[in-house]
Design a protein. Sequence first.
Length: 134
Amino acid sequence: ATVDTAMTATAGWSPECNVFACIRRLEQGDLAGAWRELARGEDDDRLLFSLLALLARDWRLLWQLLAGEDLRHPSDAAAKRALAQRLGAAGVARGFAVLADAEWQVKSGRRSPAQALESLAVELATLCAPARRS
């Protein structure tokens, strides 16, 4: 028998959080979309540290783009370049600070992984959100 999506809904199964989709949402300033992805995760500790590692890689790419380096491999290089230009050096540095703070908060015992994940999502989505026109 073939399994279709209607059958999976009855089994209570949901896919794990797609951290790459979550990162795209955060970098677009789409907090609601990021929350939908994060809500799929079941292990906040593992999810937080996986997300932090991948975000650190992405933010290094933004920094490299600002420095004028040519990135050959990212398929979304145009979007990354636009984000890097919009954030500027101060915004990219602020993003690195947000990442470091989320890790430090958990490792120092000041926040749980769930709390750090929540704060990280809000701060990055706010930082990356396109400026609203009046």
